[in-house]
Write a protein that binds this ligand. Structure first.
Ligand code: NAD
Length: 285
């Protein structure tokens, strides 16, 4: 099955990035969100990104115009009806995802593949809200989408190998490196990163070293581009805690326990970069 038209549902952080790279790769793209002002704001940000690329001489004014012409954006989900693939990037709430997949199933052609960018929810549960569970799968992009090469492709219980292959191929066409992963909490990247960051927090809590020295050690001793505590502050400590608690519940293994230091920071409202304080104090920088 040839993919020509890509639908993106949700014009937030992830949706915008997916729209941008899909149009850059030459696909016709349809972007849908719930409110026109959200759609307009997303299109403005995409336009600004391409304008900057024009000013830096990375793309021509003509290719910017052509990219923009490939995108249709609005608030009516029926606009997605003749898309070959729809990538859902709405809020991380199971009830919202199940409701939009039910609608997409009714709107889209029987051949269309429906993908979710969920970070942690059950793809099988989302697929079960449709009558095409063989054509529903996970397509997990990373933030910021234009910069991060990886996409984790996750089949649900009934997904066909054919649908997986079509999406693996699409990932390559939009400039990404796909890897296939089983449907388990955190897939690959977050499965490894979550306990890594948690252990750094436990080391900090035990006073093994300061936050700066833990991060410095991992940067200069293990070649990490940034330290685990700075990374946690960037992700958001509330998000780290939520994921840690979810892992502990799903796996039932105490190795996934969130550090007390993390819980205390979240209780204090110190959620990392977004609130100005976390393992570091950003108000002083
Ligand atoms: P976001 O809050 O920036 O955007 C979500 C968008 O969905 C909003 O614009 C909202 O208006 C829209 N929306 C809500 N209900 C809708 C509906 N019924 N129909 C259409 N649009 C609707 O969220 P995000 O950070 O872009 O995350 C989107 C998804 O991607 C989530 O499942 C998240 O877990 C996942 N994800 C996020 C990241 C990240 O770092 N932000 C990374 C990987 C995966």
């Amino acid at each position: 099955m040839a993919i020509n038209k890509i639908g993106v549902l949700g014009a937030g952080t992830m949706g915008q990035g997916i729209v941008q790279i899909s149009a850059e790769a030459g696909f016709t793209v349809v972007l849908v969100d719930i409110a026109q002002n959200i759609v307009d704001a997303a299109m403005k940000r995409i336009d600004k990104t391409w304008q900057k690329a024009v000013e830096k001489g990375k793309i021509t004014e003509d290719s910017k115009t052509q990219n923009l012409q490939k995108i249709t954006a609005g608030t009516d989900m029926n606009m997605l009806k003749d898309c070959d693939v729809v990538i859902e990037a709405v809020l991380e709430e199971i009830d919202i995802k199940k409701a939009v997949f039910k609608q997409l199933d009714e709107i889209c052609s029987a051949e269309a593949i429906l993908a979710t960018n969920t970070s942690a929810l059950s793809i099988t549960e989302i697929a079960a809200s449709t009558k095409r569970s063989s054509k529903v799968l996970g397509m997990h992009f990373f933030n910021p989408v234009p910069a991060m090469k990886l996409v984790e492709v996750i089949p649900a219980a009934d997904t066909t190998e054919e649908a997986v292959e079509i999406i693996m191929d699409l990932c390559k066409k939009i400039g990404k490196e796909p890897v296939k992963a089983k449907e388990t909490p955190g897939f690959i990247v977050n499965r490894l990163l979550t306990p890594y960051m948690a252990e750094a927090m436990i080391a900090y809590q035990e006073g093994i070293a300061s936050a700066e020295d833990i991060d410095k050690a991992m940067k200069y001793g293990a070649g990490m581009p940034m330290g685990p505590l700075a990374l946690a502050d960037m992700v958001g400590l509330d998000v780290c805690l939520k994921v840690g608690e979810y892992f502990l519940k799903e796996f039932g293994d105490s190795k996934y326990r969130p550090a007390l230091a993390l819980k205390q920071k979240v209780r204090a409202g110190h959620l990392g970069m977004k609130t100005g304080k976390g393992f570091y104090d950003y108000t002083k920088k």
